[in-house]
Design a protein around this ligand. Structure first.
Ligand code: UAG
Ligand code: ATP
Length: 499
């Protein structure tokens, strides 16, 4: 990210607070949520986290040169001198960080047309497709999400998050503005909505893909999870929503969000505004007729599977509602390639096919196996695992789905983190019945190699869970690991090419 040399007096960051003159004129040269990033002239947000209270790190921030620490207060505002810096208490600090950060970075969101995409699955796919579509339509567009951020056409910068924290998000918006980006398609995770990471990001269009079981370790129950998603439709500056009518949660959105137009899309819902009919899933992709408020047309795509048709409908509905014509949108859709690690067919000519996909939730596994079945002439293999230190309720459920939809299931590791990999596998195995065809191997590389060696001609192997990820987290260490590279090597070896 380019150097940002702007400095601002504190009074411009906290205009609603009466500050003593000496404090009001303090010149702030950087802002941060992490004391370890504080430098001379910093403002440090000392917030309560899930593990620690940022107030414990104020001394560290001041030692590093921070001038001010903002803390939370039940009511009222107090300021007091502390060692070498000032502590200013602000009611509901967490909810205000985004706006303070926006001020510091020059309100970058006001000059961007932002599309926010939320949903359990499909955020990355939709934002990437939107980015590429707008690029194909001649717009200066960027993406921000699990794959990183950056203008389409340049390489993406990783943030380690789907939606970065409130400060980093505003810094990224400013960076994109400096690169003359006009549109941004960003993923908005439910964590981000709960933690106010995007509060001061004005959004023109909010897209909802679906709501299925995930992240219950964080949200507690499905109702709280759904409520988090609803907040995207109450976002600053919101003009319209685009929602998937095939998902039952769409009705809740329609009932709760009545102040903006909601454009609906669907494959199964004939009453949707944007609807696909006469769908043909063939070897090279999808073909369908689509009917929209902007006219009818034929959709052709290289993407695979029903859920990708759903994602494409979201993209078409968004682009057309933002003013592009259906004809130009459908022409651009036909040029879109699969998103890395999402239904990505491994490009080695072989007698078996391997698809790498990021499906790591029960619903995504169901979707990817159903989609793959349409393209499979032999047996369908499903290789999957479940992450450690995360929602364990989905483990047995994923085994049931794999057993129901694939011919052979292979259970392996997928970021076991600090849990015992074998214990996670044992949890997953409880979902199989005695008649199911399954095996287990905690070593993911060896599991993939074994399946690719054992598969028979015309079989199709789905490697689910890691997608584009280039690591495996075991304990607290990230080891280099790529399903794509391992599958390529194993396919080459199968075809007699050696590795
Ligand atoms: C559960 C969760 O969301 N945690 C986020 C949260 O951390 P936390 O509340 O645990 O922070 P903490 O460790 O208690 O520390 C409290 C505060 O003290 C600060 N601190 C801490 C240590 C120190 O030495 N100095 C210091 O200043 C921290 O920066 C923090 O502000 O606030 C941090 C700073 O903003 C985030 O980095 C962190 O995300 C962690 C890394 C994370 O993994 N989050 C995941 C669950 C997440 O948000 N994922 C979603 C995608 C989900 C999906 O769809 O798959 C995402 O949007 O990425
Ligand atoms: N619309 C959809 N409905 C159901 N499953 C989907 C949909 N789109 C993609 N998937 C499946 O979910 C997986 C994750 O897709 P994607 O990365 O686009 O979602 P995401 O919402 O960004 O997920 P995450 O937040 O976990 O990164 C894909 O690999 C695919 O298997």
């Amino acid at each position: 990210m380019g150097a940002f040399l702007q400095t601002l007096p504190l009074k411009l960051l906290l205009p609603e607070i009466q500050l003593p003159d000496a404090v009001a004129e303090l010149v702030i040269s950087s802002i941060t949520l992490d004391s370890r990033m504080a430098t001379a002239g910093s403002l440090f947000f000392a917030v309560q986290g899930s593990q620690a209270n940022g107030q414990a790190f104020m001394a560290q921030a001041f030692t590093a040169g921070a001038l001010v620490a903002l803390t939370d207060a039940e009511a009222g505002v107090v300021t007091c001198e502390f060692d070498h810096g000032w502590i200013i208490a602000i009611p509901n600090l967490a909810a205000n960080i985004s706006e303070i950060a926006a001020r510091f970075y020059g309100l970058p969101g006001q000059e961007l047309k932002v599309i926010g995409v939320t949903g359990t699955n499909g955020k990355t796919t939709c934002t990437q497709l939107l980015g590429r579509l707008y690029h194909a339509l001649g717009e200066r567009v960027a993406v921000l999400g699990t794959l990183g951020y950056g203008a389409i056409g340049s390489s993406l910068t990783d943030t380690g998050m789907t939606t970065p924290d409130a400060v980093q998000t505003q810094r990224i918006l400013r960076d994109l503005r400096q690169r003359h980006v006009r549109h941004l398609a960003m993923e908005v995770s439910s964590h981000a909505l709960v933690q106010h990471r995007v509060t001061a990001v004005p959004m023109q269009t909010a897209v909802f893909t679906n709501l299925t079981r995930d992240h219950l370790d964080f949200h507690g129950d499905m109702e709280s999870y759904g409520n988090a998603k609803l907040n995207l439709f109450r976002q600053l500056g919101i003009v319209r929503g685009v929602i998937n009518l095939d998902d039952p949660f769409a009705v809740t959105i329609q009932n709760q969000i009545t102040n903006i137009p909601l454009i609906t899309y669907g494959i199964k819902s004939s009453g949707a505004d944007v609807v696909a009919t006469e769908v043909n899933y063939h070897d090279a992709g999808i073909q369908a007729l689509i009917s929209t408020p902007w006219g009818k047309g034929e959709l052709r795509s290289h993407l695979l599977g029903e859920f990708n048709l759903s994602n494409l409908l979201a993209v078409v509905a968004t682009a057309c509602s933002e003013g592009f014509t259906l004809v130009e949108v459908l022409a651009a859709v036909a040029t879109l390639e699969p998103v890395p690690g999402r239904m990505q067919r491994i490009d080695v000519k072989a007698d078996v096919q391997v698809i790498v996909d990021y499906a790591h939730t029960p619903d995504a596994l169901r979707a990817v196996l159903s989609a793959a079945r349409l393209h499979c002439k032999g047996r369908l293999w499903s290789v999957f695992g479940c992450g450690g230190d995360r929602d364990s309720g989905k483990r047995a459920e994923m085994a049931k789905i794999s057993a129901a939809l694939a011919d052979c299931s292979v259970v392996t590791s997928d970021n076991p983190r600090t849990e015992d990999p074998q214990a996670i596998i044992e949890n997953i195995l409880t979902g199989f019945n005695p008649g199911d065809t399954y095996s287990a191997n905690p070593d993911r590389k060896s599991a993939i190699g074994q399946v690719i060696a054992e598969a028979k001609t015309s079989d199709l192997i789905v490697l689910a869970g890691k997608g584009h990820e280039d690591y495996q987290i075991i304990g607290t260490t990230k080891y280099p690991f790529s399903d794509i590279a391992i599958a390529r090597a194993a396919l080459v070896q199968r075809m007699g090419g050696g590795t």
